[in-house]
Design a protein around this ligand. Structure first.
Ligand code: ZN
Length: 261
């Protein structure tokens, strides 16, 4: 089973015109596979606002001296990414939903894993694509797409990365369900999400809304995810109710690994 699929018909993606007769275009080597997904809980107005925001605020660019070593260094310094990296097989297939400029996607693809970085905004994707080419990461792709209808064959993905995306969707449960649909049974979700104790980023994306961890717990369970045991003592009482494999540095952020049951 191939992972990369036409989001319209879910046949293997081959570029250009699909068997379903949908024509896919590309810009600078980045296919545009965005398909609206109101039927899967996407709030289209929010997606439009988020896209505008991230086209204008794509985050810091790759520096001229960034290379595979600096990507490996910064990825390994992130306990959540390092743990995911250690758990995944060398041939594992990953989907990074809301990948921005591609830091996590490039790190996880350094050893040749198939990684598809998906984002709604082209600015970060083009940066990621240029950097991927510079590094010669042939197994990493960047795609404009919709996290509610990702360009992946259902059940084909070993791990989904979702870093600071849920709190901008206004539709957390549908977003988690979309990730669960793409994952195989036992596949991993690496999730990073702001809590109400955090200070919103500056500038803050429109609709940025951090939900209580108790809500997050409920959504994860409803989407079919199983959380692992926490191993940090530095959690406030409300967060303590969650059972997770915890990587967060404090209550400002939930950073966890879960698996699809
Ligand atoms: Zn198709």
């Amino acid at each position: 089973m191939t992972m990369f699929a036409c989001p319209e018909c879910e046949r293997p993606f081959a570029g250009g015109r699909c068997e379903c007769r949908r024509d896919w275009t590309e810009t600078g080597g980045v296919p545009d596979l965005y398909v609206a997904a109101a039927d899967r809980g996407e709030l289209l107005g929010i997606t439009g606002d988020i896209r505008t925001f991230y086209e204008d605020n794509p985050g810091p660019p790759w520096r001229p001296d960034d290379d595979d070593k600096s990507v490996a260094r910064s990825g390994s310094a992130d306990p959540l990414l390092a743990s995911l990296d250690a758990e995944l097989a060398p041939r594992a297939r990953l989907l990074d939903l809301g990948c921005g400029g591609g830091a996590a996607a490039c790190f996880l693809g350094l050893q040749g894993r198939e990684v598809i970085g998906v984002d709604v905004a082209m600015t970060g994707l083009l940066r990621g694509e240029a950097f991927r080419r510079r590094l010669g990461l042939g197994s990493v792709s960047f795609v404009r797409g919709n996290l509610f209808r990702p360009p992946a064959t259902p059940g084909s993905v070993d791990a989904v990365v979702l870093f600071h995306v849920l709190e901008t969707t206004g539709a957390e449960l549908p977003a988690l369900k979309a990730a669960a649909r793409a994952l195989r049974t036992g596949g991993r979700l690496a999730l990073r999400v702001a809590t109400p104790y955090s200070t919103p980023p500056t500038p803050a994306p429109p609709q940025h809304h951090a939900s209580p961890p108790s809500e997050l717990h409920r959504w994860l369970a409803e989407a079919g995810f199983i959380l692992e045991t926490p191993h940090s003592g530095r959690i406030v009482q409300e967060l303590r109710e969650l059972r997770w494999k915890w990587f967060g540095a404090g209550p400002a952020e939930v950073a966890l690994l879960a698996r699809k049951g």
